[in-house]
Design a protein around this ligand. Structure first.
Ligand code: S3P
Length: 202
């Protein structure tokens, strides 16, 4: 009798989406913060925020923390206290952030170009350079008012010069990703794949 009863079909387990599976494997292996470096407009905040959400870890933006602590904008810090004071605040902020548990940290574009800050990041984090052409950077930046280094009438020329001056420093990062032509999502996927390759298998 029992043999005649039809067994109800077993629910097929839902396959995890590829990004979720990849993110789960990375999150399980991540033992330090992931820090994004690169020029203004390279996508550090947008890609970083999205990757953090996908990985289920926190996201911090060092510029934002500095602004909150100072109570004034970055443009005002440059104007009132000077760029070197800003760089000192940047190094201290990143020093505190690197002590925290694995999370994604977006840096200001110049942070990694100062030796003490670069050493700190290279020793304690996975540092990823998001690279893009000056024209791409400018198209993403839109409003240049919040970027004191671009307050000089020709932001494209400034970005080109900064790219020439800084590329050899950004190259020290552990991982390089060219984001030209990538959407935030595809850049995030490129970042996840790069981390997956970089992190040791358990
Ligand atoms: C800077 C980049 C800015 C900000 C400051 C200086 C730089 O950050 O930290 O204006 O030196 O490239 P974003 O890269 O987030 O725009």
């Amino acid at each position: 009798m029992l043999a005649l009863m039809k067994a109800s079909p077993k629910p097929t387990p839902r396959k995890p989406k590829p990004a979720a599976k990849l993110a789960g494997s990375i999150a399980a292996r991540l033992d330090r913060p992931v820090v994004l470096v690169g020029l203004m407009g390279s996508g550090k905040s947008a890609v970083g925020r999205r990757a953090a959400k996908q990985l289920g870890i926190g996201f911090k933006d060092s510029d934002q923390l500095i602004v909150e602590a100072a109570g004034i904008s970055i443009a005002e810090i440059f104007e009132l206290a000077g760029e070197m004071k800003f760089r000192e605040m940047e190094r201290k902020t990143l020093g505190n952030l690197t002590l925290a548990s694995p999370q994604i940290i977006a840096t200001g574009g110049g942070a990694f170009c100062y030796e003490a800050t670069a050493d700190l990041l290279l020793q304690n984090t996975f540092t990823i350079w998001l690279n893009a052409s000056p024209a791409t950077l400018l198209s993403r930046i839109g409003n240049t008012k919040t970027r004191p280094l671009l307050h000089n009438g020709d932001p494209l020329a400034t970005l080109t010069r900064l790219d020439e001056q800084r590329a050899h420093l950004y190259k020290k990062a552990h991982i390089h990703i060219n984001t030209d032509g990538l959407s935030t999502y595809t850049a995030m996927m490129a970042l996840l794949h790069a981390l997956d390759t970089h992190l040791p298998r358990q």
